[in-house]
Design a protein around this ligand. Structure first.
Ligand code: NAX
Length: 328
């Protein structure tokens, strides 16, 4: 057996945590031969609920679960971790402006970034899920300068999976046949799922579907507003599909990407495609099993370029709203 990986999950007593922890402990995230130790981080008032989740994890008798460490201490929680999955954050409440939410959550991610830098394993990788995830990740990364910038990620895989499912349904194809569907930019309603480069069974999706107005008038708003539609239907935000996307993202970053394909994750921009350096921006990415790279040379239509510029503008605006949380 391999030595166990230590995986921290913040917001572990929340909705996403309730789906995610069981997937990690079962081996879905790191494979059937990789034991894990779960570091479950919560705020003090949520510790009793977290205690119940710990009992349920124990009751699964997962062979790969080598330990569980529930805590409200960031230093304890991030001690020696190989992965930090930052899920917990404060939800937007009635009357709260976006700036207020950015400020409240920004302060959480300042402390978490610093605690990761102080405590985590030297090879730690961090995936931010808690919203606004791109900017929360930007804050944590900038407060942990000794953790290299290529180890920070924010999640747009749920948006990609939603987009893939819509195209597959429309084309009458299996989801596995839909490839190269990258989500660009911010995980917000300005995100841009680039249907022009998407493929179905190896052919351009636009040639298979042959319905440009559908892509622009139905597909885009459906994907961009899917989170809202789920809240309306369920009375709660998406949780199982979000947890599934966390599993997919970590797997995508730790296994080789299929030949010719790519996946979506927000990474620290190196200036590719003219996106301002340093922003956490979702790009098409490939991985060789350990190292990832932004796919270069993807052809963008004028329509795509305009959408990408709009989502970049929103990310710059968010960054400017939290500038006091970004050490110079
Ligand atoms: P819940 O409200 O069910 O759970 C959040 C948990 O975080 C709570 O248990 C809370 O006690 C905990 N928490 C709050 N502050 C914390 C802190 N400082 N340290 C540790 N834990 C803390 O939310 P849930 O549905 O699980 O969603 C979690 C986050 O994921 C939200 O910000 C949500 O907006 C975001 N999402 C992001 C998605 C993405 O694609 N990037 C999609 C799904 C989801 O909407």
């Amino acid at each position: 057996m391999k030595p166990p990986l230590r995986v921290a999950v913040t917001g572990a007593a929340g909705q996403i945590g309730y789906s995610l922890l069981f997937r990690i402990a079962s081996g879905s995230m790191f494979g059937a031969d990789q034991p894990v130790i779960l570091h479950l981080i919560e705020i003090e008032p949520a510790l009793p609920v977290l205690g119940g989740v710990v009992m349920e994890l124990q009751d699964c008798a997962f062979p790969l679960l080598a330990g569980i460490k529930p805590t409200a201490s960031l230093d304890e929680g991030f001690k020696d971790v190989d992965w930090a999955l930052l899920v917990g954050s404060v939800p937007r409440k009635a009357g709260m402006e976006r700036k207020d939410l950015l400020g409240i959550n920004g302060r959480i991610f300042t402390g978490q970034g610093q605690a990761i830098a102080r405590n985590a394993s030297p090879g730690v990788r961090v995936l931010v899920v808690g919203n606004p995830c791109n900017t929360n990740c930007l804050i944590a990364m900038n407060n942990a300068p000794k953790v290299p910038r290529d180890r920070w990620f924010a999640m747009t895989m749920l948006d990609q999976n939603r987009a893939v499912a819509q195209v597959a349904q429309k084309a009458g194809a299996e989801t596995a046949a839909v490839t190269n569907l990258a989500v660009w930019g911010n995980h917000s309603s300005t995100m841009y799922p680039d249907f022009y480069n998407a493929r179905v069974g190896g052919r351009p999706a636009i040639d298979v579907v042959k319905d440009d107005p559908w892509f622009k008038g139905t597909f885009l708003p459906t994907v961009q507003q899917r989170g809202t539609a789920i809240i309306k239907a369920r009375g709660l935000s998406s949780a199982a599909s979000a947890a599934n996307a966390v599993v997919d993202t970590v797997r995508a970053l730790t296994t080789a990407t299929r030949e010719g394909d790519w996946f979506s994750v927000a990474v620290c921009s190196d200036g590719s495609y003219g996106i301002e350096k340093g922003l956490m921006f979702s790009f098409p990415v490939r991985c060789d099993g350990s190292k990832w790279a932004i796919v270069q040379g993807v052809k963008l239509t004028d329509f795509s370029k305009a959408r990408i510029a709009a989502t970049e503008a929103e990310l710059k605006e968010e960054r400017d709203l939290v500038s006091e949380l970004l050490p110079k």
